[in-house]
Structures are given as structure tokens and as C-alpha cells.
Design a protein around this ligand. Structure first.
Ligand code: HEC
Length: 179
């Protein structure tokens, strides 16, 4: 082989190498992604935020929930309140005021209990179904400044059970609102 032939062979070889190199690089850079499941990603026809949508967020009115509330369930549910409240007639105040006969009572009306200014400011209002439901859902949101250190009861039906139970704690329970 003469020198010219060698040069040509070299040029062809190096061209081949460059093409192969480019091909590999392209393969790495543009590696095709294979879908885990072959086929197209069709838009799902399930509503995305079904659980958080307005339908789920809307609570039934307390009167509707009270119609299916259960005093015995409510009595169990207030176990969470007993660190701070007594429920029996003549019960003492603890961290919170006693709750016998609270339904229909004016807010902040137990003698000798040191209520917050926020509670005293509402003493013209009575604890009825709506008010208890709202307060128990989120005390601090319902009454900014309250000293009831309790996060709240998120389940609407459980709150209705509690309201029914609280109303039962009276010599003469008051009529509950009807749907
Ligand atoms: C960590 C203690 C604590 C827990 C737990 C707690 N409370 Fe209270 N509660 C208080 C305090 C303190 C007040 C007085 C709030 C104020 O003056 O702002 C209060 C006030 C109340 C009032 C208003 C009473 C009145 O005389 O005006 C109601 C009703 C009530 N709580 C119900 C409940 C129920 C039902 C639960 C359980 C689901 C509960 N609380 C859990 C401490 C607590």
C-alpha cells in the first residue's frame, strides 16, 4: 500500500468512528422513554379533586345531623373533653367550666369560673345547637381569644352526637332544632 491509499483508508476509518460516536451520543441524549404500560395516556374521566370538592366540603346543617344523632355515641365521644370538663349535675369546674345544663345556657355563665375576655364578650348569646356545633368544630376559629385549648372535632356527625348528649344533660332538655 502506498502512502496515498493509507491516507484514504485512515480518513474513511476516522469518518466511520465519528459517525458511530455521534450515533451513540445521540442514543444517550435522546434515549427514547418507553412507557411502563404500552399505549396512550388518556385523560382520566374521574374528577380529580372529588374528595376535596365542594360536595364533600359542604356539611349538612346541624338540624339535619341532629335528627340522626345518638346521645350514647355523644357520651362516648366527650371522653376527649373530660381532662378539662365535668358533665354530671353539680360537677366541679376543672380547667374548663362544668358542662351540665350547658345547652341553652348563656355563654360564659358559670359562677366562679375565670372565662376569657372573648367568652365574656359573648355572654349575651346562648349555647344552642348552631353555636355548640361551631365552637366544637374549631374553638379558636369560632371564638378568637378563647382559652379552650382544644383543636376541635372535625367529624360533623360526631359533633351532632355531642350536641345531643350535652342537651340531654339537663333536668328538662330543650327542644332541638328540627330539619
Ligand atoms: C384542654 C382543656 C379543654 C378541653 C380538652 C376541652 N375544653 Fe371546653 N373549655 C375549656 C376552657 C378553658 C373553657 C373556657 C373557654 C373560655 O373562657 O374562653 C371551655 C369552654 C367550653 C364551653 C363553653 C362553656 C360555657 O360555660 O360557656 C363548652 C360548651 C365546652 N368548653 C365544651 C367542650 C367539649 C364538648 C369538649 C370536648 C369535645 C371540650 N370542651 C374540650 C377547656 C377545655
Amino acid at each position: 500500500m502506498d502512502i496515498e491509499t493509507n491516507k484514504i483508508a485512515g480518513a474513511v476509518l476516522s469518518t466511520l468512528l465519528v459517525v458511530m460516536g455521534l450515533n451513540m451520543t445521540a442514543g444517550i441524549v435522546f434515549a427514547p422513554k418507553k412507557p411502563a404500560v404500552p399505549g396512550y395516556d388518556l385523560p382520566s374521566d374521574e374528577p380529580v379533586a372529588a374528595a376535596a370538592g365542594p360536595a364533600a366540603a359542604a356539611e349538612e346543617p346541624i338540624a339535619v345531623r341532629l335528627a340522626k344523632a345518638d346521645v350514647a355515641r355523644g357520651e362516648k365521644a366527650v371522653g376527649a373533653c373530660k381532662a378539662c370538663h365535668t358533665f354530671e349535675k353539680g360537677g366541679a369546674n376543672k380547667i374548663g367550666p362544668h358542662l351540665y345544663d350547658v345547652y341553652g345556657r348563656n355563654k360564659g355563665a358559670v359562677d366562679g369560673f375565670a372565662y376569657s375576655a372573648a367568652m365574656k364578650g359573648k355572654s349575651a348569646e346562648k349555647w344552642e345547637a348552631d353555636q355548640l356545633d361551631g365552637f366544637l368544630k374549631n374553638p379558636k376559629a369560632y371564638m378568637p381569644g378563647t382559652i379552650m385549648a382544644f383543636a376541635g372535632v372535625s367529624r360533623p356527625d360526631t359533633r351532632a352526637d355531642m350536641v345531643a348528649y350535652l342537651n340531654s344533660l339537663a333536668d328538662a332538655p330543650k327542644p332541638l332544632p328540627k330539619p
